[in-house]
Design a protein around this ligand. Structure first.
Ligand code: PLP
Length: 427
């Protein structure tokens, strides 16, 4: 097969190319272990002197094929799949930042990631400073400290739909000698490849569009292989100085551009686990085979619905980056010219009860704590994920009390619009 396949071809053929007589579809290697004929061969695998399979917590052929596909789609050198998006963001950070370290993160990120950074990492001795992604460069620069190890943001934030100025964030991170990590869950590599704009590491909740059918929870960490860890050796000793648990091996010396990926597998997966099952990787792979088609339909449907909502007098506001007039529109045109995603946020004129009445009146679009699968769904943070907060507390957390998060699926647009119209008629 030729090199440099187009993304839509990679979605189908990336990672698994069977030989003559081999299974056309990626097989599920549902095995924890792999057999060897002699002791020496297995010993070399343990010493990282030879590559091969010995235990599925570290590597498995089904998982590796899917990781290879995702690395190719993002344009990275290596990918590690994890058991959830939460695990992916934790590993992406913890691979280069330990107790005593500090990170800077966009304040417009998924609530679970915010909590991980603000509360749980703190318990591990890692401090986080949050910055508004749209703040001036000076203000973001001021958040950096001598012990800062990385900058973090989301390509399209959940749930606010803020579009990250990746070039600006990469410039800031690199001026402090640290990498930029971008969570590319909502855009997917079909609509944005953050490495092309200067990001160094990309993460995913594969639970979302990559799978797209709501069948598995998973995550991924992909490395561009471009960040020069040795040039900032004092900040990243875990990669640039000998690892006692591998007989004094130094990752950057032994693995070059694969240093970050190899350390993540060899240390974090070895010691902390959190791998996806081969069965789940098979499901993820099936989903990824149609990613390029699904994203087009999600975006087309969402653009029509956002435009309809924006023009309806009962709707107070709509945030969807791909419609003209949205405050994120210019950034979306730059970073997401082919479309953003199917998720939008909007508010109805009225109060919390108006939002509840609207949502309870929907018949096809379901109330679900999920986004980014083929079925449309809605969530009202004030009634669900953040129900314990007062309106004032919600506002101070950056969530409008009337915010409805709508994840537009790939059903026929007529049926979706009919459902929204009849629910609006009942408020
Ligand atoms: N990153 C983003 C942008 C998300 O939206 C989510 C979950 O919604 C996560 C990470 C966490 O992923 P998971 O639910 O797979 O752990």
């Amino acid at each position: 097969m030729k090199a440099n396949l187009e993304p839509s071809t990679l979605c189908i053929h990336g990672g698994w190319q069977p030989g003559n007589g081999g299974p056309r579809v990626l097989p599920i290697y549902q095995s924890t272990t792999f057999k060897y004929d002699n002791t020496e061969e297995m010993a070399q695998l343990f010493d990282l002197k030879k590559s091969g399979y010995f235990y599925t917590r570290l590597q498995n052929p089904t998982n590796d094929a899917v990781a290879t596909k995702l690395a190719a789609l993002e344009g990275g050198v290596g990918c590690v799949l994890t058991s959830s998006g939460q695990a992916a963001n934790f590993y992406a950070v913890f691979n280069i930042c330990e107790a005593g370290g500090h990170i800077v993160a966009s304040s417009e990120i998924y609530g679970g990631t915010y909590n991980l950074f603000a509360v749980t990492l703190k318990k591990l001795g890692i401090e986080c400073t949050f910055v508004s992604p749209d703040a001036a460069e000076d203000e973001i620069n001021a958040a950096f400290k001598p012990n800062t190890r990385l900058l973090f943001g989301e390509t399209i934030s959940n749930p606010g739909c803020n579009v990250l100025d990746i070039e600006k964030f990469a410039r800031i991170a690199h001026s402090h000698g640290v990498p930029l990590i971008v969570d590319n869950t909502f855009a997917t590599p079909v609509n944005c490849r953050p490495f092309e704009w200067g990001a160094d590491i990309v993460t995913h909740s594969t639970t979302k569009y990559l799978d797209g059918h709501a069948t598995q929870v998973g995550g991924a960490v992909i490395d561009s292989g471009k960040f020069d860890w040795d040039a900032h050796s004092d900040l990243f000793p875990g990669l640039t100085t000998p690892d006692d648990s591998y007989h004094g091996l130094t990752y950057t010396k032994s693995f070059g551009p694969m240093a970050y990926t190899t350390k993540l597998t060899a240390q974090l997966m070895r010691d902390l686990g959190s791998i996806p099952s081969p069965q789940n990787c098979f499901l993820l792979n099936l989903g990824m085979e149609t990613l390029h088609l699904r994203m087009k339909q999600h975006c087309a449907n969402a653009t029509k619905i956002a435009t309809f909502l924006k023009n309806d007098p009962r709707v107070a506001w709509v945030h969807y980056p791909s419609i003209p007039g949205d405050e994120q529109y210019d950034k979306a045109q730059k970073y997401l010219p082919d479309g953003s995603c199917g998720v939008m946020a909007f508010g109805l004129k009225g109060d919390r009860d108006t939002a509840v009445k609207f949502m309870d009146s929907l018949k096809l679009i379901a109330i679900a704590t999920h986004v980014a699968d083929v079925r449309s769904c809605v969530l009202h943070p004030a009634s669900h994920t953040h129900r314990q907060l007062s309106d004032e507390q919600l506002r101070s957390a950056g969530i409008a009390p009337d915010l409805i998060r709508l994840s537009v699926g790939i059903e026929d647009i007529k049926d979706l619009l009919d459902d929204i119209k009849q629910a609006l008629d009942r408020i």
